[in-house]
Design a protein around this ligand. Structure first.
Ligand code: PGA
Length: 268
């Protein structure tokens, strides 16, 4: 089984000098954290200088982009392609709800971006999530139906499988990020996330014959050092996508540390 993946999505935050301090501090404390893979996603313009600056990079620190173009090159003013960051970035966040909502990114764009990531051996972290909280406890069956409706999380997955083929699913991560939980402080409970993850897994297992160990689902939405343990104690959650709490080295390291402890059985 892969180590849990903790992704820090800095969004449009941090200056060049702040980013070096932040990365340096993370690097220092991560040296002690075992069995966790960490992906730092600074603003794209800072990726190369940070990568250069971190001469002795810990083996478990990787870089990722927060967004990527759907072509390798061409007349796309302002865009950055997978081909350009190959060798520096191993991951890219695709279809974050802020990209879909604010920058009007469509399903079609998301699909093309996944394809170009895979073409360039960059692991896509594909965001999916619902606007409104599911009523899982009392209406599980009806809510699974809602997930399959046009635009629902299972429908989004179905369209991705359609495009890339079920055999490519092991090459990506799904980031389950309920929109109501992102940046609100209103995080989903561990049980809620685990149930959604279980539903997605079952769907991929039974409908598309994907092996359980090949399905990787991480959670994002107001993750912090106080709730991280709750997620890591659940089955079906393979890591976390962290926004706000990834901007403070101390908080982010604590999240990585707790993840490592719980997953290795020390923090129980
Ligand atoms: P948050 O952001 O941790 O600040 O809620 C998560 C995300 O947007 O990926």
């Amino acid at each position: 089984m892969d180590f849990p993946l903790i992704v820090g999505n800095w969004k449009m935050n941090s200056s060049f000098s702040e980013s070096l301090v932040l990365t340096g501090s993370i690097q220092k404390c991560i040296e002690q954290v075992k069995h966790v893979n960490i992906v730092l996603c600074p603003p794209a313009v800072l990726v190369y200088p940070i990568f250069d600056h971190l001469k002795a990079r810990s083996k478990n620190i990787y870089f990722g982009l927060q967004n990527i173009a759907w072509e390798d090159e061409g007349s796309y003013t302002g865009e950055i392609s997978a081909k350009m960051v190959k060798g520096v970035c191993d991951y890219a966040i695709i279809g974050h709800s802020e990209r879909r909502g604010i920058f009007l990114e469509t399903e079609e764009m998301v699909h093309k971006k996944i394809k170009y990531c895979l073409k360039n051996s960059i692991t896509p972290i594909v965001c999916i999530g619902e606007d409104e909280r599911f009523l899982l406890e009392d209406h599980y069956k009806a809510e699974v139906k809602r997930m399959s409706n046009n635009g629902g999380i299972l429908d989004q997955i179905e369209k991705i499988v359609d495009l890339i083929g079920a055999d490519q699913i092991p090459k990506l991560y799904f980031a389950y990020e309920p929109i109501w939980a992102i940046g609100t402080g209103n995080a989903a409970t561990g049980a809620y996330v685990s149930t959604i993850s279980y539903t997605i897994r079952n769907y991929l297992k039974f409908k598309h014959k994907v092996d359980d160990q090949d399905i990787k689902i991480i959670y994002g939405g107001s993750v912090d050092q106080d709730n991280v343990k709750e997620y890591m104690l659940q089955p079906n959650i393979d890591g976390l996508l962290v926004g706000k709490s990834s901007l403070k080295a101390k908080d982010f390291c604590k999240i990585c540390q707790i993840t490592s402890e719980v997953k290795s059985g020390k923090g129980l």
